[in-house]
Design a protein around this ligand. Structure first.
Ligand code: FAD
Length: 447
């Protein structure tokens, strides 16, 4: 063992320091398989004090640190590019009893979203963020990416659930605001600063999170539509007339074909459509009736129980794995104003064709917030032409190059499309103040 791994082993136990290439392979390649790198070691600390010790050791040895939770991130930020230590948070598994009086809970960074949801449900409450990667994605990772997901329309993204964090800074100091006092204007909100920081400012070790009243399930509807214009109109009509709407998701014929081929599920509707809208409604039964009355949803499958709802959700939630089974996708997670969705979509196929003539684009996403996941299959992982073309198209339509996945390593060259030089320089000043040696996640967010 070299000095670095000897020191890490002394601090957290040799069993929690991995160096065998076979053992660390799962930590150095990201979920999409597009980004892969090398690491000197993977450190798996089990307490906040151990995280602090790992950070101090890496600082002493002058090696980069890549914080990692479930490694489900899709922008190459959770894996190292050129060596360093992967700091896995998966052993930070604190999960305190739900504070029912405040509807809050404190959870360790390594708790998965599925575990957090089950914990909240056992207390009759609900965690507002849900995503198809819930079995692996962690509390810390979703904070660091400010993850959105299926219920953003209803509850907002992770930022809106975050009341405070405990985190280890680059010099090993610990900051902690887990008291759960919601009314607190006593200075800068350092917890919110870490939401969306993509592991570049600190290691989140625990968080205080807001919970919501669990909503009864009224209905899930999967409707076939003529295209994205009809889907944009349908989602607007639902939002205007159905107060209990929780999710509005969009996908298309090409994505559904991959899902059916990969999962062997039967087709959801008797005939095929260019586009599909999935709506989930909570709240009173009248909401489901209002939804059923909407003429825009002429051909639809409807589920009023949870099992039927899960069966309809599978057509949407299994897109990511089905696309990945077909190849290594370029995942371009953009958002445009809802009013521009149809124009953006109308230009997308030609834009992709010009940049990568052999490529095809699979589109799905959270339509109510203008978020489309453009997945391009065909170009080599390191061919950036199609990434550039699609991200520029989103910006030209007044949109963002990252709706919920972050900038990571994948989108650094185009970060200036959405942020002014002034904003970028303020972000860099914050980075320099908190992590002057640039230990945390070099190459992520900034080149
Ligand atoms: C099938 C599938 C569906 C998905 N659906 C959605 C979706 O609907 N919405 C959405 O937003 N995303 C989605 N994602 C992307 C991904 O799940 C999210 O980005 C998630 O938040 C990543 O969590 P993680 O624990 O896996 O983090 P990782 O992938 O391990 O890390 C992601 C980033 O967070 C940093 N990080 C991780 N833990 C910490 C920590 N404790 N402290 C500081 N930094 C940390 C890493 O350095 C990295 O920059 C999906 C991914 C898959 C595979």
């Amino acid at each position: 063992m070299d000095r670095l791994t000897t020191d890490l082993a002394a601090a957290i136990g040799a069993a929690h320091v991995l160096t065998d290439p076979e053992l660390i392979a799962g930590y150095t390649t990201d979920w999409s398989r597009r980004y892969t790198g090398t690491a000197q070691a993977v450190a798996r600390p089990g307490t906040t004090a151990e995280v602090a010790e790992v950070v101090r050791i890496c600082d002493r040895h002058q090696v980069p640190i890549v914080p990692q939770g479930g490694n489900t991130g899709l922008v190459g930020a959770s894996v190292p590019s050129r060596g360093g230590v992967v700091l896995s948070t998966r052993r930070l598994r604190r999960l305190d009893p739900v504070d029912a009086l405040a509807a809050q809970v404190t959870a360790g960074a390594g708790v998965t979203i599925a575990e957090l949801q089950a914990h909240a449900a056992a207390a009759g409450l609900e965690y507002g963020v849900s995503l198809a990667s819930r079995e692996s994605a962690t509390v810390g990772g979703t904070i660091a990416t400010n993850a959105g997901g299926l219920h953003t329309l209803r509850y907002g993204g992770t930022r809106a659930q975050l009341l405070g964090v405990e985190a280890v800074l680059a010099d090993g100091r610990v900051i902690s605001r887990l008291g759960g006092v919601e009314a607190d204007n006593s200075g800068y909100d350092l917890s919110q600063l870490l939401a969306g920081s993509e592991g570049t400012l600190a290691v989140v070790t625990a968080a205080r999170l807001r919970l919501r009243a669990a909503e009864p399930h009224a209905a899930t509807v999967l409707a076939g539509l003529d295209g994205i214009t009809a889907a944009a109109e349908a989602q607007a009509a639902i939002r205007a007339r159905v107060p209990g709407v929780r999710a509005l998701e969009y996908f298309e014929a090409a994505g559904l074909a991959l899902v059916l081929a990969h999962t062997k599920l039967p087709a959801p509707l008797p005939r095929a459509y260019p586009s599909y809208l999935l709506a989930e409604v909570g709240g009173p039964a009248e909401d489901a009736e209002r939804l059923a009355e909407l003429p825009l949803l002429a051909d639809a499958a409807v589920a009023v129980d949870r099992a039927g709802s899960a069966a309809l959700w599978a057509y949407r939630e299994r897109h990511t794995e089905s696309i990945s089974a077909a190849g290594i996708p370029h995942k371009l997670d953009i958002a445009v104003p809802v009013a521009r969705l149809a124009d953006f979509r109308g230009e997308l196929d030609e834009t992709v064709k010009v940049a990568a003539p052999e490529a095809s684009a699979i589109v799905f996403g959270h339509i109510a917030v203008g978020n489309l996941h453009v997945n391009v299959l065909g170009p080599a992982p390191d061919d950036l032409a199609v990434d550039e073309a699609v991200l520029r198209l989103a910006a030209a339509h007044g949109g963002t190059i990252s709706a919920e996945h972050g900038i990571g390593r994948a989108k650094v060259p185009w970060a200036g499309l959405n942020r002014t030089p002034e904003e970028r320089s303020v972000m860099q000043a914050i980075k320099a103040a908190l992590d002057p040696a640039g230990r945390f996640n070099p190459g992520v967010l900034f080149s």
